[in-house]
Ligand binder design. Sequence first.
Ligand code: GLU
Length: 255
Amino acid sequence: MRIVVKVGTSTLTHESGRINIRRIETLCKVLSDIKNAGHELILVSSGAIGLGVGKLNLKDKPEDMPTKQAAAAIGQCELMYLYDKKFLEYNHIVAQILITGADFENETSSNNIRNTIDRLLELNVMPVVNENDSIVTDEISVGDNDTLAAIVAKKVEADLMIVLSDIDGLYTANPREDPNAEIIDVVFSITPEIYELAGTKGTRLGTGGMITKIKAAEIAMEAGIDMIIANGTHPENLYRILDGEKVGTKFRGRK
Ligand code: GLU
């Protein structure tokens, strides 16, 4: 299978913005193992801005564009350094691909993205994709990596997209407020009610929250790709998903 896995900042970092070492080590180990089992993996990883904030010891995620872009430039470096080092332990090679929204609007760039990713996968290399946060402007940015992952999944005709988040899936109510909230196993179509369930809140260092995941699901489903939201606190959830277990919320792609 060709699988796009998206990991959010909340999965990769502690609240402080510092890297969650245990988490990233487990994630890299599990992803390496899934590659060893013969799957093609494309990792869409957030965390550049979050790690930059941590490394610079800033109190909060910056509001102004130059600081945000500087933080991303610093954090992206650390992110790739970590992936490079960790995946090498399991004999896997990673490659960085930084994209902006404009690249998908330009046919040549967009085909180049596809060709490069295809070639990397043929070479048994794992592409690690992020938005090129250091140079984007609001006009040309995709804005969040849930959407970016869905656009990439569509472009490379992935079989499955998995979004690892800090929540188990989509709930019938906000589980942080309502003890009766239950997880929804499968979503067949995105209705206004689904958007309502998604609420609005993201995490302190991350971007999206549930809304962007629903938007991403819409893109994936439309392209005929199943998308699963699962909890990234335990990266071993990826094994369970591939073993066919019911994990998180599955958005069924249109077949
Ligand atoms: N591209 C951003 C980063 O790496 C994250 C965007 C998102 O969280 O969706 O920090």
